[in-house]
Design a protein around this ligand. Structure first.
Ligand SMILES: [Zn+2]
Length: 365
């Protein structure tokens, strides 16, 4: 009990001091379920999510990615999904959270003597020319880099030395350990092959307005790729341009990559029956019925499209594929109303969202 009072005084002191110490602006998240990554880029592991309205101190910026305090460590979010908040508008929540970190740092640095050796624990940190987040970045220190901490400067910076350079790193960043990928997303570590049906001289079905299936499947594939990558999956496409690629190599790519999932995207056509509409989902092997149902139902939920059912289909891309796979017939280009929907960006978004939700359900089993 004796130590609690001085600690409270310390916390209160820092609480009052912190708005003066923290020069960096705060940011407010402007997207739901936004992925936080361990470094500034989509190639870094996702370590969690943040949501609209969450506020953070901005620690650093690189190539459009903002480093934030996150769960006792740091993470990076893309600047397209955040709003900056001026220091004046800072709300009490964020001051409390940055204060917590400051308390930890303060007690830690009190007990060390300089110089000492340490290693970089975060995916990437910046070595600066001066003890200032806006000063020149002289090096990028990767995880496991050995550094010697020479001294502490201005209370929140370390003067450090590596094998090659001398500079400054923010104390809060060097002291932190990497947050483990928390596995919140079942997509982490999963490779999904997306196969936009047809292409080039093989245009597939042709709509009433002379639109080609091969173009629509590529548009849908790109939407889906963005959605799945945002959830943490690794995506490979069998084609990303409008050229002809034979069928067998599409399945071979899936086998070669040991894909966790293969999705072949198609649109249907039945000119002799122009009212035909809705979505079919095909699997090859009975062991994939659960996968097919998960994805099919999720697409219907999202789009409200007509349910044409789940069935086994003897398609080359599934037959020659040893990996879990589906062929999706996402609507009829021969139906005027449905084609109009398929041409809408908002409907493409629903298709991609539905497929992603279904895949998430399957991966979560
Ligand atoms: Zn097709």
């Amino acid at each position: 009990m004796r130590y609690i009072k001085p600690l409270v005084i310390l916390i209160v002191f820092i609480l009052f001091m912190s708005p003066l110490v923290l020069t960096a602006d705060s940011i407010k998240i402007n997207a739901d379920d936004l992925r936080v990554r361990s470094g500034p880029g989509t190639n870094f592991d996702p370590i969690g999510h943040v949501n609209t309205g969450d506020t953070f101190e901005q620690l650093d910026l690189e190539d459009g990615w903002i480093q934030i305090n996150y769960q006792g460590s740091t993470g990076w979010v893309h600047q397209d999904f955040v709003l900056s908040v001026s220091d004046d508008g800072a709300n009490p929540d964020e001051e409390t959270s940055s204060t917590d970190d400051t308390v930890i740092e303060t007690s830690k640095s009190d007990s060390v003597s300089f110089p000492y050796e340490t290693t970089v624990e975060l995916a990437v940190i910046h070595l600066r020319a001066e003890p200032d987040v806006f000063s020149e970045r002289i090096a990028k220190l990767k995880k496991k880099t050995n550094v010697t901490v020479i001294d502490q400067v201005d209370g929140e910076w370390y003067h450090v030395e590596t094998d090659e350079e001398v500079g400054y790193v923010k104390q809060a960043i060097l002291d932190l350990k990497q947050t483990e990928p928390i596995g919140v997303s079942p997509f982490v570590g999963k490779t999904i092959v997306i196969d936009p049906g047809h292409g080039g001289i093989d245009v597939g079905a042709i709509s009433l307005d002379d639109e080609y299936e091969s173009i629509h499947t590529l548009i849908t594939a790109n939407h889906l790729k963005n959605k799945l990558e945002a959830r943490g999956a690794t995506i490979r496409m069998t084609r990303d341009d409008d050229f002809y690629y034979p069928l067998t190599p599409r399945a071979t790519l899936s086998n070669y990559l040991k894909a966790d999932l293969f999705l072949s995207l198609h649109y249907n056509s039945e000119p002799s029956y122009p009212t035909a509409n809705g979505i079919d989902t095909y699997y090859r092997n009975a062991s994939r019925i659960e996968l097919a149902n998960d994805v099919h139902q999720a697409i219907l939920t999202e789009t409200g499209a007509n349910d044409r059912g789940v069935a086994s289909g003897n398609y080359s891309v599934l037959r020659n594929n040893r990996r879990p796979g589906l062929l999706l017939e996402l609507g009829f280009l021969s139906n005027t109303q449905e084609e109009r929907l398929i041409l809408q960006r908002s409907y493409q978004d629903k298709l991609a969202e539905g497929i992603s939700n279904g895949v998430e359900k399957y991966f979560s089993r």
